[in-house]
Design a protein around this ligand. Structure first.
Ligand code: ADP
Length: 569
């Protein structure tokens, strides 16, 4: 069945065509009134229009009708093959006066079939375009989800995605950004009256409760204090209670046991099953990033608490150390006076106790100084005095100041230095502190009769080698470094404990370290001091064989440049 319009000003032809088509399953119309035709086409929308070529002003008539119905098949009945391209470009088929009826009928049938196929194709294309558009919206929305850990932004992206793909009249989103403060977000095409708002609030809370049936709802909602945020597109118009007759969809926003809210959406025209899939997909998609955002928020809060605790701890250590230092100085001075003989001579056991007290005061003041240094470094308040220095002077100073201690323990302390090493840009006092710590550890952990060697050499970062646990520290280094190594033949450190030796307050479990004592701060302080020098510290050790502690300090820029010049010349 199809609608056919035959346009001609020849009564004979109208008669001939009416006879041919009236017996067939077509709705057949004729017209000869040039002025009335556009109106007729607009009202009837024929599937095929047959134009008699002799109709006056046929060119403009075809053009006008094409603009009214672009999909109808246009057939021209003509006695000549001399036709203007302006006409033929709109024509799908031709008929001639001498054609038999059967050929006329089959030409029209083909035209009708083509028109129906075109219509089907355009409907399929439209569906395809709709699906593509939705896929695009879903893709963009999920990309937006992936780009943020802000809960408010995530919920807004979800609503924007729904607006683009479903074009709703109203969405009511109950969002729990924080547990005790639910927010009702209303995104509406038109203004919402106060009465409608009360009804929506009530409905949303009922929807929320219905999700958990008899079980307890995860969060309480007080309808009187429920915060409402409205976004209205066209405030000049107003939504009324008829909204509740609109089509609607509802979805929870949750992932496993985690509940983030729920959303209800209203639209005046019915939602399709594709709409429902799209709606559910977006509501589900937002849940995972909301869960990540919740975890991120928790981690951030925990970090803040930890940072605060760390600050308090540092402040506490700093205050206590300062407070201990004053009485300790007084004790030290008193002991010095006693040992100086100003209060008379002491007998042998008096001398013994006095020197024990002096040793312990020294140890205590070492621990307090370490604590103060660490709290200063951690608070970023450590003072550094960087200058171009010669590493030999650092090694010489430490060697001579600790040689008595080594000798007392029956150890051989030697320095094997490469002479004429380039200068480094460093704080010499801090490097002395690092080296003193390494050498005194070596003295502490090496049994009598053995040797401790201090070595220094120039190396490129790419030549430095360390156990795997220090690889990250070494990978950060580039360029030339002066490397100092303190090698001992002591108790050594097991590979599993190497990294831990640099942790604050760490003391590797062995009988000697417990016996000799210490603050467990020397190595972590050394590590921080070397970081301030853009250098690194690491160690290589074998249990019961000995240890090699290394630290690397960059060669100063000035030295590097003059070295390069030397090579070039
Ligand atoms: P401490 O004041 O306890 O020596 P450190 O931070 O300097 O603190 O050293 C931490 C721990 O590393 C020591 O207690 C010890 O167990 C281990 N250690 C450091 N140097 C050596 C070494 N040369 N030989 C063996 N163990 C060492």
């Amino acid at each position: 069945m199809g609608k056919i319009l035959f346009i001609s000003n020849s009564q004979d032809k109208i008669k001939q065509y009416t006879e041919i088509f009236s017996k067939r399953p077509y709705e057949f119309m004729t017209s000869y009134d040039e002025n009335h035709i556009p109106e007729l086409v607009d009202a009837e929308m024929p599937d095929v229009i047959i134009f008699d070529n002799s109709v006056p002003n046929i060119k403009s008539l075809i053009k006008t009708l094409k603009s009214i119905t672009s999909s109808a098949g246009f057939i021209l009945l003509t006695g000549t093959d001399k036709l203007e391209p302006e006409i033929t470009k709109h024509i799908n088929a031709f008929l001639t006066d001498d054609m038999p009826d059967s050929l006329i009928l089959s030409t029209v049938a083909v035209s009708l079939k083509t028109k129906q196929s075109l219509e089907q194709m355009s409907a399929t294309n439209k569906n395809l375009a709709d699906s593509l558009y939705r896929l695009n919206v879903l893709y963009n929305t999920s990309s937006q989800f992936a780009g943020t850990l802000d809960k408010e932004k995530l919920v807004n992206y979800m609503i924007e995605g729904m607006d683009k793909s479903l074009s709703f009249d109203l969405t009511c989103t109950l969002a729990f950004y924080t547990e005790n403060q639910p927010v009702l977000l209303l995104n509406s095409l038109y203004e919402i009256s106060d009465e409608l708002l009360s009804a929506i609030k009530f409905r949303t809370v009922l929807n929320y409760k219905s999700l958990f049936e008899n079980k307890n709802t995860p969060f309480e909602i007080d309808i009187d204090t429920l915060k409402v945020i409205k976004a209205v597109k066209y405030p000049a118009n107003r939504l009324t209670f008829t909204l509740f007759q609109y089509d609607n969809m509802f979805a929870p926003i949750s992932l496993g046991d985690n509940f983030f809210g729920c959303i209800e959406i209203f639209k005046e025209t019915p939602f399709s099953s594709d709409d429902a899939t799209c709606f559910q997909t977006i509501a589900q998609q937002v849940s995972l990033p909301l869960k990540s955002a919740t975890l991120y928020q928790e981690i951030k809060e925990t970090n803040l608490k930890l940072e605060k605790l760390e600050r308090l701890k540092s402040e506490f250590i700093s205050i206590v150390s300062h407070e201990l230092r004053t009485p300790l100085t007084a004790i030290k001075n008193s002991l010095d006076i006693l040992s100086g003989g100003k209060c008379g001579d002491l007998n042998d056991s008096g001398e013994k106790f006095l020197s024990m007290a002096q040793r312990n005061v020294q140890r205590l003041s070492g621990i307090i100084n370490d604590l103060l240094d660490l709290s200063k470094i951690e608070a970023g308040k450590m003072d550094y005095h960087f200058t171009n220095i010669d590493i030999h002077s650092v090694v010489d100073y430490v060697k001579s100041s600790l040689s008595v201690m080594a000798k007392e323990k029956g150890l051989n302390l030697i320095a094997e230095e490469t002479r004429n090493l380039p200068e480094i840009y460093a704080d010499s006092q801090r490097l002395e502190q690092v080296l003193t710590n390494l050498v005194s550890n070596a003295i502490k952990f090496t049994p009598e009769g053995k040797t401790i060697t201090i070595r220094s050499h120039l190396a490129d970062a790419s030549q430095l080698r360390a156990p795997d646990c220090f690889k990250d520290d070494l990978n950060k280094l580039t360029g030339k470094y002066i490397v100092i190594c303190v090698e001992d033949q002591g108790i050594g450190i097991a590979e599993k404990d190497l990294l831990r030796a640099f942790d604050k307050f760490a003391q590797i479990e062995n009988s000697l370290s417990r016996k000799v004592g210490g603050s467990g701060l020397g190595l972590p302080i050394a590590k921080q001091l070397l970081q301030a020098h853009n250098g690194a510290i690491w160690c290589d050790s074998e249990l019961n064989k000995g240890s090699k502690f290394y630290f690397a300090v960059p060669v100063s820029m000035a030295e590097e440049i003059s070295e390069k010049n030397l090579i070039l010349n």
